[in-house]
Design a binder for this molecule. Structure first.
Ligand SMILES: [Zn+2]
Length: 89
């Protein structure tokens, strides 16, 4: 059960219902895909396992603030993008 996906699916389906009720020409066309995808998201959220939360870097490393590569904590610059890493406080 992914509660965030469930809530997102309900919001998307509600947006589709809103488009259906507004019945403007171009917006009305999108009411069907929004409604269908919103219901698929809400139903799929029940069967999908819960996410593992934020990804943590391995021991002795941190993520580069510019490109998200793994950078050794001791090094001042990222080996991938050469970005200067902030000092640990
Ligand atoms: Zn980098």
């Amino acid at each position: 059960m992914r509660t965030q996906l469930f809530a997102g699916g309900l919001l998307v389906a509600a947006t589709g219902a809103g488009f259906y009720l507004l019945a403007f020409p171009l917006v009305f066309f999108w009411s069907i895909p929004f409604g269908v995808v919103g219901v698929i998201m809400a139903v799929a959220s029940v069967f999908l396992p819960e996410g593992q939360g934020p990804i943590k870097p391995p021991d002795g490393y941190r993520f580069c603030v510019y490109c998200s590569s793994e950078v050794p904590i001791a090094s001042e610059r990222c080996p991938h993008c050469n970005g200067v890493q902030p000092k640990e406080s």
